[in-house]
Design a binder for this molecule. Structure first.
Ligand SMILES: [Zn+2]
Length: 295
């Protein structure tokens, strides 16, 4: 375990205890989240080191890297996933030129393959060997194992996406500075992350599945994420809710809280979360932020 003295974003040494929760999916170990007094970022602290984190990913519930189709829950998950890949590709097409695209955390490569079919010249980054090999074998994609963005020279990409990845990143400040460096002027950056200010987060509190401790190291509100990127010469162009995430997260949160998914209750809380976000009473469970690089 590592105990951070400084905030991973602004380096401030002052923070307050925010929430204690646990790794419900794998280890059942207790973890802590603190809030930076300066920039308001929430971060998991203490946290497993980069060498230790691998074992926390070895959960049966962690199906984003696999494609097994067992049970109704997984069936729904896979169906929604297929739809999500199409809408992510459409979103990229709408907000960027068809050029060099980098997808960080490319998983098994379905989204990148879809972008590639639209004419993008694609590169992926994926540390998981199983996922990387599937992407390379199934779709003939170029996927890098090395997660260090220093490997790319300045102004390499016209667009970059990170779908539910920034919350897993160890060197937050360094990563964002590198994103700003390797993207072209006017380049498009797409960031999707969970939102702890959502209705479902407030409803489930420590049981909220998108805390996902300890593999989520950074926890963002719309305010913190926009501040962080604007500080690094990105301008927010659009913010879009991910309406399926609230259902998925609510079902998993029921599981953590009561030992059962409780489909009807999960559906209702997910729906309430979307309705309250739609009417701006709170905000969506997960949010896509589209930034433009302005040099
Ligand atoms: Zn801070």
């Amino acid at each position: 375990m590592i105990n951070l003295k400084n905030c991973p974003n602004c380096k401030s040494i002052e923070n307050d205890q925010f929430l204690t929760s646990k790794d419900y999916s794998t280890s059942k170990e207790i973890f802590n989240i603190v809030k930076c007094k300066n920039c308001e970022l929430l971060f998991t602290n203490p946290r497993p080191s980069e060498n230790e984190i691998g074992k926390y990913y070895l959960s049966n519930n962690y199906i984003s890297h696999t494609n097994n189709n067992k049970g109704f829950f997984n069936f729904m998950y896979q169906t929604v996933r297929k739809y999500a890949i199409e809408s992510k590709t459409k979103l990229l097409l709408k907000h960027s030129i068809i050029g060099h695209h980098l997808d960080i955390g490319s998983g098994t490569g379905e989204y990148l393959n879809s972008c590639s079919k639209e004419g993008y010249k694609c590169i992926g980054i994926e540390p998981s060997k199983i996922a990387r090999e599937q992407a390379e074998n199934n779709f003939n994609l170029m996927i890098k194992e090395n997660i260090d963005l220093k490997q790319f020279s300045n102004d390499t990409f016209d667009s970059i996406s990170m779908w539910h990845v920034l919350e897993h990143v160890y060197k937050l400040d360094e990563t964002i500075k590198n994103l700003s460096r390797i993207i072209n002027n006017n380049g498009t950056l797409i960031i999707a992350v969970p939102n702890y200010m959502s209705f479902d987060a407030k409803f489930y509190k420590k049981y909220w599945a998108a805390w996902d401790l300890p593999i989520h190291l950074n926890h963002f509100s719309p305010k913190t994420i926009i501040n962080i990127f604007e500080k690094n010469n990105f301008k927010l162009k659009k913010k879009k809710g991910m309406i399926f995430d609230s259902f998925y997260v609510s079902l998993l949160s029921n599981q953590y809280k009561n030992g059962r998914k409780q489909y009807l209750k999960g559906f209702l809380i997910g729906l309430l979360s979307n309705i309250s976000a739609f009417f701006k009473i709170s905000d969506y469970s997960s949010i896509i932020y589209i930034f433009k690089r302005e040099k």
